[in-house]
Design a binder for this molecule. Structure first.
Ligand code: GAR
Length: 345
């Protein structure tokens, strides 16, 4: 049995679809859902399916991501699956789960990815640009937003009278079809313990002539999972993108097949500007409350904006947090310096 953890921030229709898809089999199961939003719709959906949900606030994702790693390890998670998760995934988590974190994006990446491109914003931009085609991409998560090797893609037509909402609906249907297959493919690429051990041995071998590592073929079990669980596509959804998946219709597609091409190189992202969260909290408690709260609000906006690829916005929020910390500190000092002489009178 392979365990997956789903990270979700919103409605959670993909999470529900994945949980139902694998729910009846005995090869893969959704062992845990983690959300960063207390009121996320995904929580109710998982309750109905008897799947554990953990709420992990943004402050933990930003300041103590090792807690998330421990949580994943405690549930013996093999693959981390982002389904509408709207927060930056720390390099600490990515390092603990190398090539084991995947994300779904509602466009044919690299098109319509990056800054501000998430959820309905993508569909609004696609319709506004008069595109005739959009799609869905499942890719590995890296430190660079919406980058990482593509696991699978699927094209979706944009119809002449489409609104962002009608396109979103069609894209969602394609997502429900593609994501379970991509999850099976990603799980199939994880080397078994013996293979991992063999790879370490061959790396440390002195002989320069050591044979190259053989790519893992799809385990029969995964093919079986698909045969049992995968249902054919709707007529409205065309087969996966040739050259991005395999171009073969879904049922005949080798399940360990990946895009074989990386997303066009994206420039390295600047490091996240400082959040000043600790200082914000300190001045709120020790100096002046109201500007301190403003500082906390801006501090928490830094990572949210950075996570969405809005680097400039993150920098602005960081500067604002700094300003409000100074205001809070100055007002605190002023109040104290007035209070002490007055209290002596
Ligand atoms: C999905 O369409 C997913 O592709 C998108 O959010 C939606 C979540 O829907 N993700 C992104 O835009 C990531 N950049 P859901 O909560 O109903 O599964």
């Amino acid at each position: 049995m392979k365990n997956i953890a789903i990270l979700a921030s919103g409605s959670g229709t993909n999470a529900e679809n994945i949980a139902r898809f694998f729910g009846e089999g005995n090869k893969i199961r959704v062992a845990l859902v983690i959300t960063n939003r207390k009121k996320a719709g995904v929580i109710g959906r998982m309750e109905g399916l008897g799947i554990d949900v953990e709420y992990v606030p943004n402050i933990v994702w930003d300041n103590d991501p090792q807690q998330v790693v421990e949580l994943l390890r405690s549930r013996d998670i093999d693959l981390v699956v982002l389904a509408g998760f709207m927060h930056y995934v720390s390099p600490v988590i990515l390092a603990a789960y190398p090539d084991r974190v995947v994300n779904i994006h509602p466009s044919l990446l690299p098109a319509y990815g990056g800054k501000g491109m998430w959820g309905h914003h993508v569909h609004e931009a696609v319709v506004a640009a008069g595109e005739t085609e959009s799609g869905v991409t499942v890719h590995y998560v890296t430190e660079v937003f919406d980058s990482g090797e593509i696991v699978m893609q699927q094209r979706v037509p944009v119809l002449p009278d489409d609104s962002p909402e009608s396109l979103e609906e069609r894209i969602h249907k394609a997502e429900y079809e593609l994501y379970p297959r991509a999850i099976v493919a990603a799980l199939g690429r994880i080397p078994s313990e013996e293979e991992a051990g063999a790879a370490v041995e061959s790396e440390s071998a002195v002989e320069a002539s050591a044979p190259p590592a053989v790519p893992k073929s799809v385990d029969e079990e995964w093919a079986e999972v698909l045969k049992v669980r995968y249902e054919p596509s709707e007529a409205s959804v065309p087969p996966p993108v040739p050259g991005a998946g395999t171009g073969l219709p879904p049922q005949s597609q080798p399940q360990n097949m990946v895009a074989g091409q990386s997303v066009a190189a994206m420039p390295d992202r600047e490091p996240m500007p400082p959040t000043f969260l600790l200082w914000s909290m300190l001045v709120t408690l020790c100096c002046c409350f109201i500007p301190g709260i403003a500082a906390i609000v801006f501090s928490s906006m830094v990572s949210t904006r950075y996570g969405r690829g809005d680097i400039e916005g993150a920098k602005r929020a960081s500067r604002m947090a700094e300003i409000w910390i100074i205001v809070s500190f100055c007002l605190g000092v002023l109040t104290a310096s007035l209070y002490v002489p007055l209290s002596l009178v």
